[in-house]
Ligand binder design. Structure first.
Ligand code: ZN
Length: 393
């Protein structure tokens, strides 16, 4: 999208359409001739369609314009440690083709990039078969990401660094590529399609294998000069706490991530405590988050206690966030949040006890409704945001 005026008009039609040309001029404060010119261009290029007649204000009934949602597709990529998920969508976020690939243990940068190309390629092929132009690709990558350069700087649990995702994908698919940290991408997705709509400021907190936050203020993501704002997982909640993967001690992640929670359970089992989980372990001694939730639902005390411990520790971190940033909403996602009230009740109690009452009364703590696809929805929303809201940069 070349001109800001073009994007502005498109965005107004997206948010408030169907609209007449006169209404667009009124809302955007652009002159009627400018609106007429740009709308003609948008019609010619297929971005908008004339859809129906509006109410007459005396003269001829005006023709209303709407976004031509189905005319273009965007593609989102969730680039995780264990899986790569690719999903296409139209301009309204209606999802289409999907591809899910497993990532082998410790892949090289080349193998990882080839998997991305394979997954995106199969979705792009199916879009092309339908004759729909692809506008761009958005990638949500876990770890430290430089969105300006489009590079994955460092991905914990993946053995490569400085992977130039944008240039790899742009070269292969000849469309523009946005690259963002996965939790920040989730925040963008929530702001368009989830709990973040109309809730400004808000913070997405993801609690899975890792722990991170995406913070949205006045419609903009907070980055900081090194693009590392939101590393909530490595804020210290107990200086004497367990060692963390980052080299520090007592980080939030070392208490509430899936692996950290399961490690506490394993230690108590090894010490001989009674639990249903003893019989649920695989032959390899493996336990999963869902095993824990199931045992808790059956009344297993150990499982209930350790999920509650995760909830309490997370509550402390959220209380700190609430005091520091005064958000309207905190949107939770990830494997540990899927444990539901076993984590959420102690979490909410802790926030009540620990956060200052004024900001605590204002904030609502909710669970993302975008489900398993929140990451990849966020990824394709990066492209939509670039098209409709380029001023957000
Ligand atoms: Zn850490």
């Amino acid at each position: 999208m070349k001109s800001i005026n073009k994007s502005t008009i498109l965005n107004v039609i997206r948010l408030q359409g169907p609209l007449s040309r006169a209404e667009i001029a009124k809302v955007t404060h652009l002159t009627p001739p400018t609106v007429t010119n740009i709308v003609s261009e948008l019609l010619r290029e297929g971005w908008v369609v004339e859809c129906e007649l509006g109410e007459s204000t005396g003269g001829r009934k005006p023709i209303l314009l709407n976004i031509n949602h189905k005319a273009f597709n965007v593609v989102g990529v969730y680039a995780g440690v264990k899986t790569i998920r690719v999903l296409s969508a139209d301009l309204a976020g209606n999802t289409g083709e999907e591809r899910l690939l497993s990532v082998p243990a410790r892949p090289s940068g080349k193998i990882y990039a080839d998997l991305l190309i394979e997954a995106v390629g199969s979705v792009a092929d199916r879009i092309r078969e339908k004759g729909i132009p692809l506008l761009g690709i958005g990638v949500g990558m876990h770890g430290l990401v430089d969105p300006r350069e489009g590079v994955s700087r460092f991905a914990p649990n993946l053995p490569f660094s400085d992977l130039p995702l944008r240039s790899i994908l742009e070269e292969k698919f000849s469309v523009s590529v946005e690259v963002e940290n996965d939790v920040r991408a989730r925040a963008v997705g929530e702001s368009w399609f989830g709990h973040g709509r109309g809730a400004d400021p808000f913070i997405c907190v993801h609690v899975g294998t890792g722990v991170g936050a995406g913070m949205m203020y006045e419609g903009r993501l907070l980055y900081g000069p090194t693009f590392t704002a939101g590393e909530l997982g490595h804020t210290v909640i107990d200086p004497a706490g367990p060692a963390c993967g980052c080299g520090n001690r007592g980080c939030l992640e070392a208490f509430v991530s899936g692996p950290a929670t399961l490690e506490r359970v394993r230690r108590r089992l090894a010490a001989g405590e009674a639990s249903l989980l003893r019989t649920r372990m695989g032959v390899d001694g493996k336990l999963t988050g869902p095993d824990l939730t199931r045992a808790a639902a059956e009344g297993d005390r150990l499982a209930v206690e350790e999920l509650a411990e995760t909830g309490r520790c997370l509550g402390i971190a959220l209380a700190n966030l609430i005091n520091l940033l005064n958000p309207r909403k905190i949107i939770l996602s990830g494997g540990m949040i899927a444990a539901g009230d076993f984590v959420l009740n102690p979490l909410r109690r802790t926030v009540e006890e620990r956060a200052l009452s004024t900001p605590a009364k204002e904030v609502s703590i909710v669970v993302s409704e975008l489900g398993d696809r929140a990451g990849v929805i966020g990824a394709f929303t990066l492209v939509l945001q670039k098209l409709f809201e380029p001023q957000q940069e």
